[in-house]
Design a protein around this ligand. Sequence first.
Ligand SMILES: NC(=O)c1ccc[n+]([C@@H]2O[C@H](COP(=O)([O-])OP(=O)(O)OC[C@H]3O[C@@H](n4cnc5c(N)ncnc54)[C@H](O)[C@@H]3O)[C@@H](O)[C@H]2O)c1
Ligand SMILES: CC(C)=CCC[C@@H](C)[C@H]1CC[C@H]2C3=C(CC[C@]12C)[C@@]1(C)CC[C@H](O)[C@@H](C(=O)O)[C@@H]1CC3
Length: 349
Amino acid sequence: MSVKAIKPDSKIVLVIGGSGFVGRHLVEKLCSLGYTVRVFDLRTTFEHEKVTFYNGDLCNKQDLLKCMDNVDTVFHCATPSPLSNNKKVFLRVNVDGTKNVLDACFEKGVKNLILTSSASVVYSGSNIEHGDETLPYAKRPLDCYTQTKIQQEKLVLSANSESLKTIALRPHGIFGPRDPHMLPTTARLAAAGKTKFIIGKGINKVDFTYIDNVVYAHVLAAQQLQQKPEIAGNAYNITNNEPILFWEFMSRLLKGLGYAAPKYHLPYYFIYFLAFLVQIFVFIVSPFKTIRPTLTTMTVALAGTHHYYSCEKAASEFNYSPVVKLEDAIERTLQSVPELHNKHAKKVK
Ligand SMILES: NC(=O)c1ccc[n+]([C@@H]2O[C@H](COP(=O)([O-])OP(=O)(O)OC[C@H]3O[C@@H](n4cnc5c(N)ncnc54)[C@H](O)[C@@H]3O)[C@@H](O)[C@H]2O)c1
Ligand SMILES: CC(C)=CCC[C@@H](C)[C@H]1CC[C@H]2C3=C(CC[C@]12C)[C@@]1(C)CC[C@H](O)[C@@H](C(=O)O)[C@@H]1CC3
């Protein structure tokens, strides 16, 4: 099933966090389908003739109310950076901020709210293979980002009602052009010579989800929410449906960026314990200095365990299936990195 173009400007939608990675791709797709699009974000990172930008803080409900008149559907894609490790900000934005979003939606008579949640809401560092939505929320999430994503999803799904249909989409490991997290962090670590090692045996399979598939799922869910009210109040895993060895994926990115693939193995539990010690040190010095380590128990666990999910529920209940395959997705991502474009262009000929 494909997403439908609509009579131009017949529906007003709001993308909260629309200046971000997922948000901007979603905004561009919605505009191409004929929606009237508003963006609400702390910052404006691009221009678009069909988009109205509102700068504000979703922790301030008055800011939100200013941009919600006559809005049919809200997409909530805002979050502090997942690697920022700032508990207060995560709680303020992902929990208190989401309560503001819900209150504002009810006050303004918004019909649909689609939350960009995360498959990691069920992940506590142990292997998950083909995990579906019946898995319980992680009892001991490995970081405060994940903890607040769990609280956020619970708030949104429990707000589902006759007047406001809500749905939570759980992508995992989103990548693609303009990704500000995975690729830049990988390049930074590689440039610092920190990607020579494989954490563990290197046999752990994970899901990575190309941005176009995430955007497709958001629009599809929004278009089906009113036709199929039974999907409201539910969470759905959204991935590429092609789990891949974590270290094979990372090696593809590294080689595409011009760096060597990691080749020396380090014992998983040794690195996990090291990351745990780093986090204790970060906590001890936190009153004096803010340190944002990349080596955390969460990033080590993500690098060393299986974590891939089933999308059967999204497939059967709103006909989701990825629109871009993993191989093509990796190629497009690497081609999008400016300094790589020429190199890839030569290779593709
Ligand atoms: N990137 C991934 O791998 C991934 C995977 C699964 C789920 N997600 C979820 O997808 C959503 C989008 O993530 P992203 O990767 O695009 O992040 P991003 O950092 O690129 O974008 C987040 C946007 O939210 C905005 N924002 C943050 N705090 C705000 C506030 N108080 N008020 C208004 N705007 C605020 C930021 O300015 C930014 O533009 C998030 O909910 C995230 O949890 C991301
Ligand atoms: C070579 C090497 C080990 C590079 C480091 C890559 C990591 C920076 C990267 C690998 C998996 C990524 C990931 C996220 C952030 C960046 C990584 C740790 C998330 C935690 C971002 C936030 C999402 O909600 C998570 C999700 O559930 O999808 C991501 C999980 C994967």
